[in-house]
Design a protein. Sequence first.
Lengths: 227, 398, 351
Amino acid sequence: MKPKGKGNQLSSPAETSAAPVVDATRDAMVVAIRGTLGAAVVDSMVKPGDDIWVRVSTESWRNSIQKLKDVHGFDYFCFLSAIDWLPSPFGRGEDDPSEPAPERDSTIRPGYTGGDTRMQLLVRIVNSETHLGINVKADVPNDSYTIESISNVFAGANWHEREAHEMFGIGFTGHPDLRNMYLPTDFEGFPMRKDFPLLARMVKPWPGIVDVEPLPGGDATEEESAS
Amino acid sequence: MTILNDPVSAKLGNRQQLSYIASQAADARLNVELETEGMTLNIGPQHPATHGTLRIIARLDGEQVVWAEPSCGYMHRGYEKLTEVRTFPQVTTLVNRIDWLGSFANEVPFILAAEKLMGVEAPPRAQWIRTILFELSRIANVSLFLGDLGVQLGAITPVFLAFRDREYVLNLIESATGGRFHPNFDRIGGLKDDLPAGWIDETKVVMKKLRNFCDEIETLLFGNEIFQSRTRGIGVIPRDVALQYGLSGANLRASGVDWDLRRDQDIALAYNKVDFKVWTHPDGDSFARCWIRLQETREATLIVDKLLDGIPSGPVMAKVPKIIKVPEGEAWVSTENPLGEMGYYVVSRGDLGPFRVKIRSASFNNISITPWLLRGVYVPDIITILASLYFILGDIDR
Amino acid sequence: MFALLAVEIPYWGQSLLRVLGGLVAVLLPAGTIVYLFLFKMMSFMQSRLGPMEAGPYGSLQLVAEVGKWLQKEDIQPESADKPIFKMAPIVVLMSTFLLVVVVPFGPDAWFTDFETGVFYALAVSSISVLGILMAGWSSANKYSLLGGLRAAGQLIAYELPMVLAVMGVVIQAGTMNLQQIVFAQNASSMFGFDGVGNPYVLTQFVGFVVFMIAIQAELTQAPFDMPIAESELVSGYMTEYSGFRFLIFFIGEFATAGVFAMIASTLFLGGWGIPFAWFGWTSMDDVSNWMNIAGPIIVITKMLVLTFLIMWVRFTYPRFREDQLQRFAWKVLIPVSLANIMATAVLKVAF
């Protein structure tokens, strides 16, 4: 029931830094994190005024999160998920099913802070005092798809890891129970992997992959036409 | 007793500590009491207390819960996968249906994430209207919660008052956007349309009605001794646990964490243009959560009033290309939605549609605490706790 | 009821009239309560109109509802204990009929004139617990079982304050005969003033409040509706019932509310009587015959006032938790009513 104290004072300096070239707070935080984690940090990136990305090595995943929580006060668990960097072999489902499938580029191109494997784990944790959040990434080995669980660091990661397990097929060692959460127990395959086909799109391609055609009787106020 | 040396309880405030010790004692009692044959009660998937199809498997000893676990997935619609085959403007149709009571609020963070990647910023008027509609959808959502709360606890009258007054807000949303539940009004770079004529005056009248409704609920429900005895000290979530589980919104603020994403982050919405109070409560029990929501509804009506006073003129759409291609990059945007922190982690590959969208919905985290929270409570308290945590099934299952 | 008729009625005719009278005395209040309070008053309290289409002002809605229920399929769960499952609603409704038997409606308009009417009424009112337990157990449903057990615990807990609350009345009237209690209230005076008689709601106000709370619990109306608790136990012991079996439960619920309100008005509001001093009546024989016609109307009016109170509370309050309810019964109501009995006894001896 505290009256609102720091609100506007906090947001107003940030507002002036809408497009800053350097972001002192976040840069300092990255330096501090590199100091604590040492060699565990593989790569890091700061988007000024926006966010921090840190990639840690697979082996140090749990320890890094633990240290970030204990030393840097990132005590709020926001979410955990995975990204499959393999480009989808099915495109956006716009292929005509009667024709042979077109050749697609299947080189894996990772996002911010790079990556060496197909699967990458992504967790976002926030400092509840300063409200500064970071995205921590870690590679998931291509051969085993297994990584340490952080559910004993953040209890909330439990369900998120279960979700990542059933959707991406990532194993979490040390997780109390990796049962399916959404899918039936006997479901085969991992739906969120890029090579898992979205069957509804395979049998009937989506007609509206680009939807800028004007409506029948449409006029000049069509919303996408800003020109 | 080891409870007093428990690292969690040592960090808590006095009142929270007592409640925490009480809940731990309930645990201990379960183990000492004479063991009788337990009973497994399936609450749901279709049950009056679950808004949708949540199933709670509760192992009971008499009326006391030995352990309970929610089982979700009865409504999983695979939105994260579906976004990968849609274009950016098409995704808003999907995300509208995540939290179906406050739909407009779901569109905003996604659109903001796309705008952030594109380097586009909506014109000021669009930002203000977005903020106003955002708060209106909060009011529409939470006023239903306030009414429904009564029904969950056995009082049938508040829900009708809630539906009566929520109707005014839905009419406002409809007259501005054309959709009562799924507006799909947000566009990358602004809004579909400007506000209709006379909308601002109308909104002010409705906001006054909504404040009356809040007073009514406060006296009818929150001042009632039975309501207080049913909610106070029930389902106490200490600060640390709330943070660990990633609770957000009113649930987090009810545990004494002064954190509101509307105030505490720099975001392209008009929240930093108005002064408003962020309510917190030290207790962390069910009553605190409900009380915070009531205060926030009232605060939201005040925010809308203030925003309406200062709404700037100008266009509602920035210059964006006809075919939207979002440049390569990753962006995370989250906003303070009616249910809590709702965020999108958008990965783009410079294509028509997103490469990967992680939808961080509030209810998923909020409900993930229930196995911890429901141990040792009574069956009626399951309902109280679930009602006070306030989840929407679409928001859990996505 | 029959002394006012000039012709002599044979015994079978009297019995038939009594059965018909009993049906009317149970079903008429039930219908009135459902339409007046459940349909209309609740709607007005919740800023809506309630049924408006069936009949003028929705007055035939009840007929439509009954028609709907009668047409519904009678579903019995496969693993239910069928004979008991079928018997349970009848047992619940039966207790209502047994209860109305002792309610006096006029100087001669009664079904039976028990010397121990109060005792009998309190005894048969607990038969409905049996029906509820039977329904909860035989449904083979966990919600029903929980609801049935809750009902049993609750009804047993609230039987006691109810008995103790009535005790004060019995002490003051010096009789357990309901007819005598009505007479005692209307014929006596308070400190020489006989304008309103001496309805026991004035002298036994504590008893009246405890009694009303107890019948609220006995009727399983909110805030004591844990056995039904639609947000927790779906519909408690009634979960598996449909069609006309549910209808019987439904009638039983509201008819019992009416009959309990009649008993409360008899015990505390002077029953069928109006202050006898208005007409100069001093004994039971003085009461003129037209009271046999006016009496039922007066009882029904008083009953409606009390049912209004019951329903008002029902539509306003949230529900207790089971343990809070027990605590309330044992730690508040029973001590209060015991204190009331002691005070009454002391004052009775003193005056």
